[in-house]
Design a binder for this molecule. Sequence first.
Ligand code: HEM
Ligand SMILES: CC(C)=CCC/C(C)=C/CC/C(C)=C/COP(=O)(O)OP(=O)(O)O
Length: 287
Amino acid sequence: MSKLKNFMKITKLEITMLIDMVAIAAFLAVPGGNKYPFLLLILVISGTLASMSASLFNNIYDIDIDIKMKRTRSRSKIVNENTRNRMIFFASIMIVISLVLSYFLLNFLTMIFIFGGFLSYVVLYTIVLKRRTSWNIVIGGIAGSFPALAGWASLTDSVSITSLFIAFLVFMWTPTHFWNLSVNNIDDYKENNIPMLPARVGIKKTAFWIMINTIILITYSLIPFFISYIHVGYLYFPMAVIMDVILLAYVIRPFMRNYDRKYFRSAFGFSNMYMLILLIVIMIPFI
Ligand code: HEM
Ligand SMILES: CC(C)=CCC/C(C)=C/CC/C(C)=C/COP(=O)(O)OP(=O)(O)O
């Protein structure tokens, strides 16, 4: 059991599950999408393998810093200098299987989007941005947009305003998601010179930028009310209004509670619920 637990930890399976939900929501938003369960299964298998591979390559690249940070040091028992080559082998096999499956059983465009998500996480975010700039997760957040493009393309071999809407909803959501978490790891990031926003500008200014980003996210999330051909179903808009109000309350609370870090942690936790609920209400009308 511990082997499975370790595997889940180093491949960030909880994150992968929400990534899969992004792809599934975009897949089911295609009119008649629910009539192709086999293609949906291939999409989920390919996306899961790619996301797990990307997460494992991220952990391999970050061996030197993960061992020094409280939140990530337990990974070093599994991913370390001694196991590096074996981990690279496993991660490589996973991404190759993912791309072969998506190319031959879905289509070339879907494979490109899945590979785009993999490369933007492993190369753009992990290698190029993460240790260089506080814009790392704003730009690197594009990684989470590719599953939406892959989901729609796997059925239609195309991009649409609906898949672009879902893709940019995840993109706008990512800074609120991660900056709330990073406030609780500010010391780790400072000590290891990782330019996450709170480590660079402090907690108060981070709270301000989380607020700004959340206002942008909320405004963006309401667009389908004004553009009816964004195909997100009849449940999305009322639920988006409810979730937006609650998210705003979570993001305002630190200002009212002297920036106590526990309120950033709860805002992080709710940010995952926010994304999950919106993706589920997109799916429900089309299941
Ligand atoms: C570049 C963009 C992103 C960054 C930097 C980021 C960062 C993180 C970090 C550091 C964690 C904590 C992981 C841990 O401690 O094990 C986390 C957790 C999580 N992330 Fe993100 N994330 C990003 C994008 C996404 C996207 C696109 C999704 C899904 C749509 C997502 C879903 C989750 C979930 C569900 C968790 C919670 C896992 C748990 O409960 O442990 N993240 N994220
Ligand atoms: C289609 C496809 C493959 C998409 C991939 C999308 C994906 C896996 C996004 C997740 C990004 C993420 C969790 C970054 C955290 O890295 P970090 O290094 O900041 O976190 P850590 O400190 O916990 O390692």
